[in-house]
Design a protein around this ligand. Structure first.
Ligand code: ACO
Length: 326
C-alpha cells in the first residue's frame, strides 16, 4: 500500500448555473435529449474573467482550512487540467502566485479527464519516496471557454469546477491499496483541441474555424470509455485482491450516465454504492472526481477505513483506476 492520508477537501464551483432549458434557447437541443443521452440536467459556468486557477484557489482555501494548514505549509502543488490558465507557466504556478507562495514544487498534469487520478498517483509516489510531505492535488477545468457554443454535440456535455485534496504521509494503514494508469495515443484525434499549440498556432483562420474548441467523435469516445473503464476497474480490484462487493463507494469519472451505467453493470458494482454528480455538474473533466469526493464526504458517505474505488477515462486516450483506503 502507498500510505497517505487526505486531510482536507475543497471545491471551487462557479455560481452561475446553466440548465438544459437554458441550452434549448442557445442550440437545437432539448432537456429530454440531454437527460436521456447523458443524465445531465445542469452545469456550472465560470464568468468571463474567471480562470482555472481562480477556482482552484477557492477550493484550496477550503481544503487547507479543513486540514488546519496554512498555504506556506505546502511543499508541492500538482494540478490535473487540460484547460490551463496559460500554456505556460503551469496553472499550478498561478495557484502558487495567488496563494503568495514561492518555493514549492508546482506543475500541471495534462491527462484529460484522468488528470486528477494521475496527479494523485504522482503525489502518492512523491510522498512514499519521501520527496513531499504536504501536497495540494487539484483537478480543475474551465471547459466552457474551450467549447464551441454553436455545436450541440459537445456544448451540452461540459461544466466548470475545481476540486482539491490536501495529501500528507501517515503511519496508519490507509492510502492507495492499488492503482493503474495507461493511455493510447493512436486514438488522440477522437477527442482533442486542434489549435493553440505548436502543431497549429493561433491565427485568424484557426479562430474563424473554431479550432480552439473541443473536437470529439462522441460515439467512438463512448465505446472506448466503456471498455477502458471496465478494464481499469477489474484490474484494480484484482490487484487489490478485493471483490466489487467489498468496495464501499465507487466514484467514477462522470462524462455520461450511460458510460457509468455500463461500467457498473460490467463490474458488478451496485448503483447504491455509486456516487453520482453528473446531473448537477455535467462533465467537469479532471475536476469531476475530486468534486464528487468532496460532496460524498460532506454527505456522510465516507467513513474511516472505507474502500473507495475511482475510475476515469479521457482525452489521450487516457485511463486510470485507484482504490483508496480512507
Ligand atoms: N441535442 C439534440 N440532438 C443531438 C444533440 C443534442 N445536444 N447532439 C447530437 N444530437 C443528434 C445528432 O446530430 C444525431 O442526429 P442524426 O441522427 O440526425 O444525425 C443524433 O442526435 C444522435 O447522435 P449521436 O452522436 O449518435 O448520439 P449518441 O447517442 O452517441 O450520444 C453523446 C452522443 C452523448 C455525445 C455520446 O456519444 C457520448 O456521451 N459520448 C461520450 C463523449 C464524452 O463524454 N466525451 C467527454 C470527454 S471524454 C470523457 O470524459 C469520458
Amino acid at each position: 500500500m502507498k500510505k497517505l492520508k487526505i486531510v482536507g477537501l475543497g471545491v471551487g464551483l462557479p455560481k452561475r448555473i446553466l440548465t438544459n432549458f437554458d441550452l434549448e434557447k442557445m442550440v437545437d437541443t432539448s432537456d429530454e435529449w440531454i437527460t436521456e443521452r447523458t443524465g445531465i440536467k445542469e452545469r456550472r459556468i465560470a464568468d468571463s474573467d474567471t480562470a482555472t486557477s481562480d477556482l482552484i484557489v477557492i477550493a484550496a482555501k477550503e481544503a487547507l482550512k479543513q486540514a488546519n494548514l496554512k498555504p506556506t505549509d505546502l511543499d508541492t502543488i500538482i494540478v490535473g487540467t487540460s484547460t490551463p490558465d496559460t500554456i505556460y507557466p503551469s496553472t499550478a504556478c498561478w495557484v502558487e502566485k495567488a496563494l503568495g507562495l514561492s518555493g514549492p514544487v508546482a506543475f500541471d498534469v495534462n491527462a484529460g479527464c484522468c488528470g486528477f487520478l494521475y496527479a494523485l498517483e504522482i503525489a502518492a509516489n512523491l510522498i512514499n519516496g519521501k520527496r513531499a510531505k504536504k501536497v495540494l492535488v487539484a483537478g480543475a477545468e474551465v471547459m466552457s471557454k474551450v467549447v464551441n457554443w454553436e455545436d450541440r454535440r459537445t456544448c451540452v456535455l461540459f461544466g466548470d469546477g475545481a476540486g482539491v485534496c490536501i495529501v500528507v504521509p501517515t503511519d496508519e494503514e490507509r492510502g492507495i491499496v492499488a492503482s493503474n494508469w495507461g493511455s493510447d495515443g493512436t486514438l488522440a484525434e477522437l477527442l482533442y483541441q486542434p489549435a493553440g499549440g505548436t502543431r497549429m498556432p493561433a491565427s485568424k483562420e484557426t479562430v474563424e474555424k473554431k479550432l480552439h474548441t473541443v473536437h470529439m467523435v462522441g460515439n467512438e469516445v463512448f465505446k472506448n470509455a466503456v471498455r477502458e473503464m471496465e478494464n481499469a476497474t477489474l484490474q484494480v480490484l484484482a490487484d487489490a485482491n478485493l471483490s466489487s462487493s467489498e468496495i464501499d463507494l465507487f466514484i467514477p469519472h462522470q462524462a455520461n450516465y450511460r458510460i457509468i451505467d455500463a461500467t457498473i453493470k460490467r463490474t458488478n458494482i451496485p448503483l447504491e454504492k455509486t456516487y453520482l454528480v453528473i446531473h448537477k455538474y455535467g462533465n467537469m473533466s479532471a475536476a469531476t472526481i475530486p468534486v464528487a469526493l468532496h460532496d460524498a464526504y460532506y454527505e456522510g458517505k465516507i467513513k474511516d477505513n472505507n474502500y473507495i474505488l475511482f475510475a476515469a477515462f479521457g482525452a489521450g486516450f487516457t485511463w486510470a483506476a485507484m482504490i483508496l483506503k480512507w
